[in-house]
Design a protein around this ligand. Structure first.
Ligand code: PLP
Length: 501
């Protein structure tokens, strides 16, 4: 339980015994004994303990909660490595069309030709964008795409005398999920340090390559927002050592229409439809993390795949894939997300995708250039779609990256990602995206400069921020040790006396 500023209680325990949201008319027939009507069925003896509330209270409760949420539709959201771009409402309209929304996954193929065609054409579009050979749309998140990809790599080595290959190399500039995915697939993870420029160092990479190397998993642009300049040499070295290349393409925004993982020699890449291809995210899903592969891994893709039937103009689900790693998700994946991504791709077109990439990179470089005199920039040179600055100078004056993030909330701005990547102290990772206008970017700069001034002149204000949010600084330890994750029936002594605190 917590208190919103203004004293309004945010408690969930709204129930008052006897309150109801609906009234059923009397049945008009004599009541029957359920035990007689449903013989042998174990019946509940007591009613379930649910909150008892009338409809207006339910509507007000959820409407009020929804207005406390922060989202891309209400403000700037420069959360690094997340691509919180604005999602055109057209995408929502298309995925809500009754012909899509009312589909059932157990319908027969002849009844779902439209959505099969959409899935096939989306796959083709993603292959054009990535330069890969085939893709599965099934994984429901980036991290699940990673796991699918690394399981395919494992299956490939199993079939090609590579069972001794038990190690995956992950640069320290990779996304945290990369290490986790490799470990979940049973691999030993070797993390290699970046060069002082924040890139993969070729001599370090060479030193770690051996007949035990199964793959490298790299994020490009990496989590410092830098493009791996030696990517062609990296993939050549990896293949020469008999290993495969995994490309984390969750943040594809920066290279859209400019560069393709397939042309960089990558064997497998996952994309985050819910980042680059404009699906709302941030609330925990649903998402989609398709995996696209080159010829080496094509036989191992999750199944079924959608395949056109030669000469018949129809599509079928192909289960005849003996080397497939199998299913990674129930049914066909999150189809609603695929519809949104497909709508986005078709509505902006290939020129629009290229422009989105260019504008995303421009916005990031603009912010970086306008902040680098006050906040230190650990790596020189232009960035891609995001950049990392360090608040070490501010921390010395008493305002850490966390304090700055909290203070930004008072200005109605979602903070950047903080304390990531781990290789940068007091890191603030900023990703503005292409959908913000110059006015919004300038306001962010003004606020970041103002906070820097406050750290010198009025550090308490920054250290005690946020001052204007529904919840101030939650007790992170308490939240982690005693999480309250769902409504629970309050004890009777708590029932009518809402306590806040
Ligand atoms: C977001 C992200 C992921 C994980 O994607 P989820 O959909 O959250 O599982 C992986 N890698 C990178 C680089 C990311 O930015």
């Amino acid at each position: 339980m917590m208190t919103v500023s203004g004293g309004e209680s945010l408690i969930f325990e709204k129930g008052i015994p006897g309150h109801r949201g609906s009234h059923l008319p009397t049945a008009g027939v004599p009541a029957a004994d359920p035990a007689v009507l449903l013989p042998g069925v174990p019946l509940r003896e007591e009613p379930p303990s649910l909150p008892e509330v009338a409809e207006p209270q339910v509507v007000r409760h959820y409407t009020r909660l929804s207005r406390l949420n922060y989202c891309v539709d209400t403000g700037f959201y420069p959360l690094g490595s997340c691509t919180m771009k604005y999602n055109p409402k057209l995408n929502e309209e298309m995925s809500a069309l009754p012909g899509f929304a009312a589909l059932h996954p157990y319908q027969t193929e002849d009844q779902v030709q439209g959505v099969l065609r959409l899935m096939y054409e989306l796959e083709q579009a993603l292959l054009t964008i990535t330069g890969m050979e085939r893709a599965s749309l099934q994984p429901s998140a980036g991290a699940q795409g990673e796991l699918a990809g690394i399981l395919m790599i494992k299956a490939y080595h199993r079939d090609n005398d590579g069972t001794g290959r038990d190690t995956v190399i992950v640069p320290d500039s990779a996304h945290g999920t990369n290490l986790a995915s490799a470990a979940m697939a049973g691999y030993r993870v070797v993390e290699i340090p970046s060069s002082p420029r924040g890139l993969i160092d070729l001599s370090t990479l060479r030193r770690h390559l051996s007949e035990r190397t199964a793959a490298i998993m790299l994020t490009n642009p990496n989590t410092l927002g830098l493009f791996e300049e030696d990517i062609l040499e990296i993939s050549r070295l990896i293949h020469e050592a008999g290993a495969l290349c995994y490309y984390d393409g969750a943040n594809l925004n920066a290279i859209l229409g400019k560069a393709r993982p397939g042309d960089m020699g990558m064997d497998v890449v996952h994309l985050n439809l819910h980042k680059t291809f404009s699906t709302p995210h941030g609330g925990g899903g649903p998402g989609a993390g398709p995996v696209a592969v080159g010829p080496t891994l094509e036989p191992y893709l999750p199944m079924p795949l959608v395949r056109p039937v030669q000469g018949e103009g129809v599509f079928t689900l192909d289960y005849d894939r003996p080397f497939s790693i199998g299913r990674v998700k129930g049914f066909f994946g999150n189809v609603g997300v695929m519809i949104r991504a497909f709508t986005y791709i078709l509505s902006v077109g290939s020129d629009g995708l290229t422009r989105a990439g260019e504008d995303a990179v421009l916005a990031a470089n603009y912010l970086r250039a306008r902040l680098c005199d006050l906040y230190s920039v650990p790596h020189d040179g232009p960035c891609m779609h995001e950049f990392v600055i360090s608040a070490t100078q501010q921390a010395e004056r008493g305002g850490t990256a966390r304090d700055i993030a909290k203070r930004l909330l008072d200005f109605g701005i979602h903070p950047p990602t903080v304390y990531f990547p781990l290789t940068v102290r007091e890191a603030l990772m900023v990703e503005p995206t292409e959908t913000e206008d110059l006015h919004t970017l300038d306001r962010f700069v003004d606020v970041m400069r103002q906070i820097d001034g406050e750290i010198t002149n009025d550090p308490e204000t920054v250290r005690e921020a946020p001052h204007h949010t529904p919840v101030r600084r939650p007790d992170e330890t308490l939240a982690a040790r005693h999480p309250v994750l769902r409504w629970q029936k309050p004890r009777s002594d708590e029932f009518s006396e809402p306590v806040s605190g």
